[in-house]
Design a protein around this ligand. Structure first.
Ligand code: GAP
Length: 491
């Protein structure tokens, strides 16, 4: 990461705190590492992203329905899903500092330093070599790579490394107060992905919502991972939120559905008006234990291109495993006629295409792409500056700010009338304090797309001044057209 980009990233983090988007969790106790709280504007933005995703999945697709499964699940779920045995990352410890690193993060961190020196080609080769070794679980080869390039610990500065070992990322806790001779009896896990809540409810949903294959089940909710190297603000957290959709298909059609969802998900991102060149696909070389084919949608954050969303072809792995462990059939009966045989497709365990996006990571994406520091040329030749968040209007925490020019002459009463007309439809903000210019700047900093000023002319002709956030242009429109203007921009 170049120094400039590092500065921008730090400025975005500082801005997120100063303007009530994201706070460190339990800050008064010096915080809890990789856990964050969302403030007044942050929780609105987060909710708007979640709603936008939910609507695009469940309302705009007649064949996708939602569920809201519990975070706690029967512990066998995680044995069946493979997470108890396989949900681990290769780790390496520095013997001098005792600091533990995820091997891929150590190597990626080293590549960042190469990129900062302009040695991008070398960095790309190193990443390719790492991916090949990870795909083969070749830990000796990875350790050799670390030594060969003299990758050192950021704390001790030495290359005195242990062997590479696997470390499970699931959090465990005890369930209920029943004493048992075997402490493992009471163990439950905090779910590391929301997907399993969908799989174990596959038949409940299919039957009750009378779904026919192909169909999907969507869910948003918290997931927990004991990330070893949790850094980069809300990019990698220990408690985070996922928005996942499992799409159940007829075996043999998974290849075409994988392509459909790969394209559809990128289109969803582009629908927000964020420049397409900021996105790219990254096809996986090392596949997760459940995956047959997988790719990431990556976004160019100030810290480089990083994963925001994963699209995975999970085959029938999960349902087959749950059938095996629960001894409950997970078959679907497909009454459609197979043209090859002239008979119904009959019973099978469906294949699954999964789309999985981190809500917090999407939040960071929106914040990073929206954050701008601008210099404004004034008419008298001097300059001014502003920080503005060009958040897509449909996601912005406040849609409209309403300002009476002064606190007298009946202007607040007119402003309050507009406020009560608009607030049932979208989130508005009312303010009478300070000069109008200052009020505009505060709304720019939280990304409010429209500000409306009620002045003395409003009393005469019923018009107001609308000020547009991105262009800072102002226009005079009838007050009864304000609602329509905002609704057109956010629907
Ligand atoms: N069910 C599949 C699954 O969980 P994943 O690639 O491990 O796949 C999906 O995670 C998405 O969840 C990622 O693309 C990322 O956006 C988000 N995510 C994963 N780990 C995260 C973490 N520690 N902090 C924030 N977001 C995370």
């Amino acid at each position: 990461m170049s120094t400039n980009n590092e500065t921008t990233f730090q400025q975005i983090i500082a801005h997120a705190k100063e303007y009530g988007f994201v706070f460190q969790s339990s800050e008064i106790y010096d915080g809890l590492s990789a856990v964050y709280d969302y403030g007044p504007f942050g929780c609105e933005l987060k909710k708007n992203i979640r709603d936008y995703w939910w609507k695009s999945m469940t309302q705009l697709h007649e064949n996708i329905v939602g569920i809201d499964a519990a975070i706690f699940m029967h512990p066998t779920t995680w044995k069946a899903s493979g997470h108890v045995d396989n949900f681990s990352d290769p780790m390496i410890d520095n013997k001098d500092s005792k600091k533990r690193y995820r091997v891929d993060h150590l190597i990626e961190g080293f590549v960042d330093t190469l990129n900062a020196k302009g040695e991008n080609q070398k960095g790309e080769e190193l990443i390719a070599a790492m991916e090949q070794l990870l795909a083969k679980d070749d830990f000796a080869g990875l350790k050799e790579l670390i030594y060969e390039h003299k990758m050192s610990c950021s704390v001790s500065g030495t290359c005195n490394w242990t062997d590479i070992r696997q470390f499970n990322l699931m959090f465990k806790t005890e369930f209920g107060a029943v004493a048992s001779d075997n402490p493992d009896d009471n163990i439950v896990y905090l779910r590391p992905e929301t997907a399993q809540g969908i799989f174990v409810n596959f038949l409940n949903v299919q039957k009750t919502a009378r779904m026919k294959i192909p169909f999907g089940i969507a869910q948003t909710g918290k997931a927990f991972r004991n990330e070893i190297v949790a850094r980069q603000f809300i990019f990698r957290m220990r408690e985070f939120e996922q928005m996942e959709m499992q799409f159940f298909v007829r075996p043999g059609t998974e290849g075409e559905w994988y392509k459909v969802w790969k394209e559809e998900r990128l289109n969803w991102h582009k629908s927000l008006g964020i420049p397409a060149e900021k996105y790219r696909y990254h096809d996986h070389v090392k596949l997760a234990h459940y995956a047959k084919e997988a790719c990431d949608i990556e976004f160019e954050f100030p810290i480089g291109f990083k994963e925001v969303e994963g699209i995975h072809s999970r085959s029938d792995f999960d349902l087959t495993q749950h059938q095996l462990y629960s001894k409950k059939k997970q078959n679907y009966y497909d009454a459609d006629i197979d043209p090859a045989t002239g008979k119904p497709y009959g019973n099978y365990i469906p294949y699954v295409i999964e789309t999985s996006i981190g809500l917090d990571r999407m939040f960071l994406l929106v914040l990073c792409s929206a954050y701008k520091e601008e210099t404004i040329a004034k008419e008298d030749g001097s300059t001014d500056s502003r920080v503005v968040l060009n958040i897509p209007a449909k996601l912005a925490p406040n849609k409209l700010a309403i300002f009476p020019l002064t606190k007298k002459d009946g202007l607040p009463e007119i402003a309050e009338k507009l406020m009560s007309e608009c607030k049932p439809l979208f989130r508005c903000f009312y303010e009478e304090k300070d000069a109008i210019g200052k009020r505009y700047r505060r709304q720019d900093a939280i990304g409010t797309p429209f500000c409306v000023t009620i002045d003395h002319q409003t009393i005469e002709d019923g018009t107001v001044t609308v000020r547009h956030r991105d262009t800072m242009t102002q226009e005079r429109i009838p007050m009864d057209k304000v609602k329509e203007l905002v609704l057109n921009a956010i629907v």
